[in-house]
Write a protein that binds this ligand. Structure first.
Ligand code: ZN
Length: 419
């Protein structure tokens, strides 16, 4: 077992951890530990909410969640000899839960507290708890579904330089000031408030590791939120970035300052419920190396990924198609988000044929290894997006040919609601 260089304690709050938690991107967060190129090491991670969600049957914790302090992440880890312009190579050796904590959660967030991809259709907080049996998972809140997880870190990235941080803040602020590009894609009738287009720096509840208290106040005004993926990889949520994967991340500061966390036991492409993966607290084993001057040699200033070879070998998919026409019949111009939404809504309606509630179906799409692809992006005016649901994750048969036999049989339980 590799040496643990970052420790957490799930019985303690985020600001009283054995190793100091970080929840923003900033160049000046001091490293929590140092490793050499070629070294393997273990990092322990809180779940992304810092322990705000309980293993119970009430969604009060999702409804009332404090969002400002998220994500709770582990690091930074200094890689000796790393300099700006190098490429950091990170091998994901293994990850998992602790033996006495083999469970995870998925949430649908309140429309005015987090929301989610289909928040217009699912405005209320809901939760599912998932239990782990080795590589398998199942939920008392979504019965007759069981599948092997493709565990992966939702977030892995290097610290930005001061210049890059400035670029992020400027371009995201410009979007907020500019407003939505496709005004018609926002359903104003069902929304009380305009959804935010980006999340500018939020000084409330900032954790910047071991940074001196007097420095934190100033840094918190500029430190970037960890919500979107950016040049440093970050919250990429690539569901196949599991054991055996390799990530190449540009180095922007001396030592690279690697940060990871937001561990997912499994996730469908798109992570659509927002807290859309099976989120868990646990450990991850990494090995790092450096490609000196790799940014120039590889000809990219972005992260690159080589997913590993471990995959559930599903072969029997039911595929749903969406295109750029929204629910009220409005035609959009090559809008892939609308197309994805329509494919998901179709899949949800279809799964209700088998006794699942619409909320359970939403959770299924978000957590099982659903494959989503842009099938066509050139056929004016519609982008075609497909959502492929593996039949093998169900104890029943969801094949359209057997619909008449399997339809509406059985009670599949229900998701957790606010109590
Ligand atoms: Zn996550």
């Amino acid at each position: 077992m590799p040496e643990t260089v970052f420790e957490v304690d799930t019985d303690e709050p985020p600001d009283e951890q054995p190793s100091p938690i970080v929840n923003r991107w900033h160049p000046d967060v001091p490293p929590a530990a140092s490793v050499e190129p070629g070294e393997s090491f273990r990092m322990e991670c809180l779940d992304w909410t810092g322990g705000q969600v309980n293993n119970d049957d009430s969604a009060n914790d999702i409804r009332d969640m404090a969002l400002d302090p998220n994500h709770h992440l582990s690091g930074p880890i200094e890689v000796e000899g790393a300099e700006p312009g190098d490429m950091l190579v990170v091998d994901i050796l293994d990850l998992g839960p602790w033996p006495d904590r083999e469970w995870g959660f998925t949430g649908i967030f309140e429309q005015d507290n987090g929301g989610g991809f289909l928040t217009d259709h699912f405005p209320n907080a809901r939760k599912t708890i998932w239990d782990f049996d080795g590589v398998y998972t199942h939920s008392r809140h979504v019965e007759d579904v069981r599948f092997p997880g493709l565990a992966h870190p939702g977030i892995i990235g290097t610290a930005p330089s001061h210049d890059l941080l400035e670029t992020w803040n400027e371009r995201e602020r410009a979007l907020i000031d500019r407003g939505p590009e496709d005004e018609t894609a926002v359903n104003h009738e069902t929304r009380e408030e305009e959804p935010p287009l980006a999340l500018p720096p939020e000084p409330n509840d900032v954790l910047l590791g071991d940074m001196d208290e007097d420095e934190v106040e100033e840094a918190a005004e500029k430190a970037a939120r960890t919500i979107p993926p950016r040049e440093n990889a970050g919250n990429c949520d690539i569901k196949n970035l599991s054991r055996g994967s390799r990530v190449y991340i540009p180095v922007f500061v001396e030592g690279a300052n690697l940060i990871t966390g937001d561990l997912h036991f499994s996730q469908g492409d798109g992570e659509i419920t927002f807290c859309g993966a099976i989120e868990f607290a646990g450990w991850i084993d990494l090995k790092v190396d450096l490609i000196k001057n790799g940014v120039e040699e590889m000809g990219t200033d972005h992260a690159m990924f080589k997913p590993g070879y471990q995959d559930p070998n599903f072969s029997d998919y039911v595929v749903f198609e969406g295109y750029s026409v929204d629910e009220d019949g409005t035609q959009h111009y090559k809008n892939s988000t609308v197309a994805m939404r329509r494919a998901c809504l179709d899949a949800i309606e279809y799964l209700t044929n088998f006794g699942y509630t619409r909320e359970q179906a939403y959770f299924i799409l978000s957590t099982v290894p659903v494959e989503s692809r842009i099938a066509g992006i050139v056929d004016l005016p519609n982008t075609c997006v497909t959502v492929s649901v593996p039949n093998e994750v169900f104890d029943i048969d969801i094949d359209p040919d057997t619909l008449a036999e399997e339809a509406s049989v059985g009670d599949r339980g229900d998701v957790a609601k606010p109590s």
